[in-house]
Design a protein around this ligand. Sequence first.
Ligand SMILES: Cc1cc2nc3c(=O)[nH]c(=O)nc-3n(C[C@H](O)[C@H](O)[C@H](O)COP(=O)(O)OP(=O)(O)OC[C@H]3O[C@@H](n4cnc5c(N)ncnc54)[C@H](O)[C@@H]3O)c2cc1C
Length: 406
Amino acid sequence: MQQERDALIVGAGPAGLALAIALTDAGFTATVFDAQPREALAAPPEDGRDIALTHASVATLRTLGLWQRLLPEEIGCIREARVVDGDRQDAALSFAPRGPGAERLGWIVPNHALRRVSFAAAAERPGLRLIDRAHVLRVATEPGHVQLDFETSPGLPQQLQGRLFVAADSRFSWSRKQLGIAADMHDFGRTTIVCRMQHELPHHDVAYECFGYERTLAVLPAVGHVSSVVVTADAAAAERLMQLSESEFAMLVERQFRSRLGRMQLLGERFPYPLVAAYARRFVGQRSALVGDAAVGMHPVTAHGYNLGLQSVASLVHALCAARAAGRDIGNAAVLAGYERAHRRDAAPVYHGTNAVAKLYASTGVPQRLARQLLLRGAQHLPPLKAAITARLTGRGGLQLPGAAV
Ligand SMILES: Cc1cc2nc3c(=O)[nH]c(=O)nc-3n(C[C@H](O)[C@H](O)[C@H](O)COP(=O)(O)OP(=O)(O)OC[C@H]3O[C@@H](n4cnc5c(N)ncnc54)[C@H](O)[C@@H]3O)c2cc1C
């Protein structure tokens, strides 16, 4: 049996690695297991996802030293967001940052870049061990410790013990099931296609969400004359969109976007993502916790999945640091209950609000169309609601480590 670690984390995705880095920076030890080979984790391939980041998330990424590792050409900026209903030209709702020093609503960074910098930072932390090609066989959470059985070569089982087990292995989490934690899954029957497109006219750092009646189109500003394009349609229609030639697809996007950016052209591949949301019934178990998508896997329409994942990391690290400061065991049920409460408070309104928006915009009936128009026009003329949404994007916060300058 090898030496006991503070945390055993399954999943070296952006959430699992952020947690491992934060814990080791706070003085804990952590081992992360991932099924993928080291080379794929170190240089992840493009997956088409561009991640819109809030101010609090960027503060967390800075604290962890990840933001500083991104290349300037990987960081896009969102100065304004406009929401368009149906086939209209004008925006029904718009958001811009307010207050002194507020220059942008958020940033946009490719997912593979976030994964790359997370891995590079993790590889440099002495207290952090990463076990790749790991096939986790069993997770046993006992009152006094947790034990993980795994193999990296078939037929050669190994064991590791720790004080806390963390599941960070995606919304379809295998370890969540091992812990006996149920999740409410919602299959939207729709698919999101993501890709990058080049365009003739500048985007002026404005993000668009166009709620058309057949499909939803989001156009998010990347660097230069390039945007991240997100098309959501029912699964059968999405399959047809994937089969269109590059130029047919580009023309369709350009037409739905009413040529706001002039001629548009595909850059690289289109990536389809069938939309399934997940919400774990509990975020903690005996000596165990869930973070990232394993806790809450969001519909991407409100661009909150990873932002919420970083919030789960910040809440868990906060609870564990407070426990240590009070001389308590980090696997203690009361300590984990604190994390459960904090993350449920953060996640519940965002998750249920996002699902309500996604369902409303997937319906094409006349009452739903009217409800959409009323909702958007109402929100535009309801300054407190707009201010609350803007504050959620631009609000301060994020992870704070003991003794770290944020
Ligand atoms: C189209 C799209 C657009 C999005 N846009 C945004 C956005 O704008 N803003 C935003 O905040 N979020 C966005 N998201 C959400 C964001 O991508 C996710 O929330 C985030 O990637 C989740 O990170 P994670 O580490 O929890 O899980 P994942 O990224 O799923 O990583 C899980 C890791 O666990 C490993 N793993 C899985 N099973 C096992 C196992 N059994 N054993 C060992 N390892 C295992 C995998 O190899 C992987 O490395 C978007 C998502 C999609 C699909």
